[in-house]
Write a protein of this length. Structure first.
Length: 251
């Protein structure tokens, strides 16, 4: 373990079977937290086992963010093992949703993205917030996207969902501040994960040629910020959106 900043804390990371979510779980676990890998993918079970082999206290719980009963079951399973201090709302429908103009997106496609990215973020937060209120402390990090700040083409439903997440963060911060719960948005740029392999080369080039920092963005560029926002040092930061994209978008 690199430090014990989060020793004794339980943190739930949604969409943590792979990609950025897994990287968040690993970073938080290395700082002493017990991390719950919450994902619809059974692959999350192997991820938890792999992290345990690395010395991280990790557990897996399956959840479908589109299903209120599934989210309630997740909360019951996790809280039965102790109070939850932190939540990283990372899960989102992103891979494979792009490529259509606003008038080409079907209502079903629109609703699918919104049901996970916005409603799912709200449902999971809603399930764990009462425990945080009862304990008088807590940290929630919602994952946004820098795409919501520059209006990337052919991604209207995804961009709208991530703009809504940033707005939801501000509302949550206002509601929960009196109870000692901090809520922030972290908005990464295009990051080198498994999902990035499915993104068109032109979009990769757009980032590469326009970043102030001329290199590919790695998960480690984002995980440290999330670790900080979960830490005691961030106890007076709430309602903010922090963009991590190497200077592609200034915010």
């Amino acid at each position: 373990m690199s430090d014990s900043t989060l020793a004794g804390r339980t943190i739930v990371v949604t969409g943590a079977a792979r990609g950025l979510g897994r990287a968040f779980a690993e970073t938080l676990g290395r700082r002493g937290a017990r991390v719950w890998i919450a994902d619809v993918l059974e692959e999350g079970r192997a991820t938890a086992a792999s992290l345990r082999a690395e010395g991280v206290d990790a557990e897996f719980a399956r959840v479908d963010l589109r299903d209120e009963a599934s989210v309630a079951e997740l909360a019951a399973t996790v809280t039965a093992r102790g109070p939850v201090y932190g939540l990283v709302n990372n899960a989102a429908r992103a891979d494979g949703v792009g490529g259509k103009r606003i008038d080409e997106i079907t209502p079903a496609e629109w609703d699918d993205v919104m049901s996970v990215n916005v409603r799912g973020t709200w449902l999971v937060s809603r399930a764990f917030v009462p425990g945080m209120i009862a304990s008088g402390e807590g940290r929630i990090v919602n994952l946004g996207s820098d795409a919501a700040l520059f209006g990337s083409s052919r991604l209207a439903h995804y961009i709208t969902s991530k703009g809504a997440v940033a707005a939801l963060t501000r509302a949550m911060a206002t509601d929960l501040g009196p109870f000692g719960v901090c809520v922030n948005t972290v908005s990464p740029g295009l990051t080198e994960t498994e999902a990035a392999a499915n993104i068109p080369a032109a979009r990769h080039e757009l980032y590469r040629s326009n970043r102030s920092l001329d290199r590919v963005q790695q998960p480690s560029d984002v995980t440290g910020l999330v670790g900080f926002l979960m830490s005691p040092e961030a106890s007076y930061i709430t309602g903010q959106q922090v963009v991590v994209n190497g200077g592609f978008v200034f915010h």
